[in-house]
Design a protein around this ligand. Sequence first.
Ligand SMILES: Nc1ncnc2c1ncn2[C@@H]1O[C@H](COP(=O)(O)OP(=O)(O)OP(=O)(O)O)[C@@H](O)[C@H]1O
Ligand SMILES: [Mg+2]
Length: 801
Amino acid sequence: MSSPDTEFISINNPPSGGGDTTLITRAGGKTLPTVLPILGLSDVVIFPGMVSPLLVETAASIRLIDDVVAGDRFLGLVLQRKPDAENPLPEELWDHGCAVRVLKMLKFPDNTVRVLVEGLRRFRIVHYETQEPYLRARIELTRDTLDESIELTALTRNVQRQFQEIVNLSPTMSDEVKVAILNTEHPGKLTDLIAANLNLNLEERQRLLENPSVKERLNRLLPLLSRELEVLTLGSKIQKEVASSMSKSQRDFFLREQLRVIQRELGETDPLMSDVNALREQLATLHLPEEAKKVALKELDRLQQIPPTTPEHTVTRNYLDWIVNLPWSKSTEDKIDLDAAARLLDEHHYGLAKVKDRLLEFLAVIKLRRHLKGPILCLVGPPGVGKTSLGKSVADTLGRKFARISLGGMRDEAEIRGHRRTYVGALPGRIIQSLRRAESNNPVILLDEVDKVGADFRGDPAAALLEVLDPQQNNTFTDNYLDLPFDLSRVLFITTANWLEPIHAALRDRLEVIELPSYTAAEKLQIAKRFLVPRQLEENGLPNGRVRLPDATLKRVIQDYTREAGVRQLERVIASLARKAARKLVNGRGTSRMIDIKPQSLADLLGPAQFVPETAEAITECGVATGLAWNPVGGDILFIEASRMPGSGKLLLTGSLGDVMKESAQTALTFLRSQSKLPGLDLTDFDKHDIHIHVPAGATPKDGPSAGVTIVAALASLFSQRRVRSDVAMTGEISLRGRVLPVGGVKEKVLAASRAGIRQVIVPEENRKDWGEIPPEVRARTKVHFVRRIADVFPLVLRPR
Ligand SMILES: Nc1ncnc2c1ncn2[C@@H]1O[C@H](COP(=O)(O)OP(=O)(O)OP(=O)(O)O)[C@@H](O)[C@H]1O
Ligand SMILES: [Mg+2]
C-alpha cells in the first residue's frame, strides 16, 4: 500500500484534529478491537489525527480492505522495513503502527483501490495471530505520556513558533495545515501534526510514532525544525536575490525616468537635457550646410525622446557626435611661398629635381586659382623612391593638415564610403574619418597605392574612389553612414602608385602623373649620407659622431647588398648596421673610440654579398643573350637562352612567358628564317630540328614585346655559333620586316643595366629622346647604340667566331 497523488485528498478532506475521545465517538461509538488486520505501508507513516489517501494494489490487500469496509472499518497500518516487499511478512514490518478507520473507498477500473483513512491511535503489535489471507495481529494501544511542567509548556511554544515560521516560509504547505497549527494546543497532537507535515524521512517519522513520551517527541522535533527553517530561509533568500537582480534593469529604468521628471519639476537640468542642449549649442556655431542642419536638428529631437538606456540612444548620440565633430566649415589657411616650399622640399628629399619642379608648378597654380578644381596628382614609381614621403612634404609646404589612406588590398567599397547606420557598430568610411581627424576641410589626403585597390562582391572601391576624386561630383560626396553630402572639393588629393597599368581607366584619366625614376648608385649614396644614415643613427640612440659609415662602406652596401630601384632596402640595411654598432657600444668594446664600419667588415656583419659582381655572369655559350626588362618594381636584366636539338621543326617556349612574348619569339624565328642570305648563319634543316627558347627565373611571369631584339640575338648566336658579348644588354621590339621598334621604360632599364655592371646597351633609334632623361653619371658610364634594323644589331653583339 502506498500514498497516491494528491488529487484524491481534495475529494474529501474532513478537518483534522480532535482528541482521543472524539475519535472513538466518530468511529461510531465502537471501541477499537484488540485484534486488527494489519496493512504494510511502503512510503508513508500515518499519525493519529491525520487524514490521508492510500493506494491499494495487491490482491491480498484489496481483500483486506473489502473485509474491513464490510465490517467495522478499523485496521492497523504499519511501516514496512523494506519498501518494495509486496506482501510483507511480520518480520519485515516495524513493531509500532497506527490504528485507522477507513472513511471512504473507491475502486478503479485498473483493479486498484483507493481509500481515505483517518489515523486514530498508536499501537504496538503484541503478536501476529494469522498470516492468511492477510496479516492479523493482537495489538496494545499506547498512550501519550504527559508530565505537565513549565519545561513542557516552553518546549511546546518553542516548537509551535518554529513550525509557524516554517509554514510562513514554505510555499507548498496547505492552508488547512496553517489553520490546524493555530488551533492545536495539545502538545501530543501538535507533535503528530508536525511530524505528518514536516519534511522528514520515513525513519524519523517512524521514531516519532513509536515514542509515547510527548516531551521526548518535542525534543526530537526541535533540531529537525531548526534544520528545516534554515534550509527554507536560505532558499527564500536565494530566490529573492534572483528576483531582485532580474528586475534591477527595469527598476533602474523607472527610477531614472522618475528622476528626470522630478528634476524637471524642480527646475534642475537633467543630464540628458544638458547633453542635448550642449549639442544644440555646438550645432548653432558650426555653420552646417542647410540640409545637414535640418537632419541634425531632427536627430537631436529624436535623441530627447529616446530613453538614454536604450541602444538606439547610443546610435543616435554617436551619429550626432560625428556631425558635430566634422570640419564642415573649418579650414586652414594655405601658405604659398614658393621659395620656402622649394627649400622645404629640398630639405626632405635629395635630388628629384624634375619632380620637385612639377610639384612647385602645381603649388603655383594653387596659389593663382585659390579654389583649385582639377587634376589629381599621382606620383608613380618603383617602391622606396619616396612617393609617400613626398606626398607628406607637399602637405607640409602648403601648411595643410595631412592624412594618409592606404588603399593597398582594399576590397570593400564600405571602407571608402562607410556602412549604413542600420549596421551594428557602423562607422563612416575612411575619407570622412580622415577629415574628422584632420579637423579641417582642406587637408592633403594621400591615397597611397591606388594601383592596388581590388574589387569583389562587396562592391568596387575603385568606383567609390572615382566619385571621391571627380571634381564634378565630389562637392556632394555622400558617405553611407552620414547620409548627408559633404563637400570634398577643397581637399587636395594626392595619389601614389607603382605603375599606372592596373588603375581603372576612368580614374587614370583624371590623374596628373608625375613619374619618380629609380635612383642611381650615386644618388643613393647621397640620400644615404644625408638622410638615411643620420636618421637611423638617431633612431638607434647613437650619439653624434660615435659611429661612422664611410662612403666606401655605403657604396659597397649599395652595390653588393641592395640592388633595388629605391632606397627602402638600403635604409633597412643601414638600420641593421646601426643596431649592430649600438650593441658593440653597449658591450663596452669601443666605448672610448669611434666605431668605424669598414667595407671589409660588411661580410661579418651582414653575411656574404647578396649580388655577385657582373663578371660571374659572363656569357660562355652560344645561344644566350642579355636583355633588359621593366616592371613595377623597376628595371632589371634578364637572360634569354636558345638551343637546337633534333626534331621536326617545332618551337618550344618556357619560362612563364606571356602571349605577347611568345609571339615575338615566333616573329624572331620567322625573321631569321626569311634572312637566309645573312652571312655566317646556318639556316638549313629547320624541319629536322626543334628550337627551345627559355627565359630563366621561370617562376616569374614575363611578358611584353620588348624582348624581341634579345630573342633574335640569342637565336642568331645559336645559328651562327658565335657568342654574344657579355657586356652588352639590349631592348627593342621587332617587326617581321626586320625593323626595331621603340619600347617603354628605357630609363629604368638603362639604370638597371648600369646597376648590374653592363657597359653597353642597344636601344631602338626611336627611343633616343629618352636618353636625355638618364642621369649624366650613368650616361657617362654606359655606351649606347641606337639601332633601326635588326641587321644593325648583329655586328654589335656577336663576337667573332
Ligand atoms: N630622395 C630622397 N631623399 C631622402 N629620402 C628619401 C628619398 N627617397 C626616398 N627616401 C626615403 O626612403 C624611404 C622610403 O620612401 P617611401 O616610403 O616614400 O617610398 P614609396 O615610394 O612610397 O614606396 P612604396 O611604393 O613601396 O610605397 C622613406 O624613408 C623616404 O624618406
Ligand atoms: Mg609608399
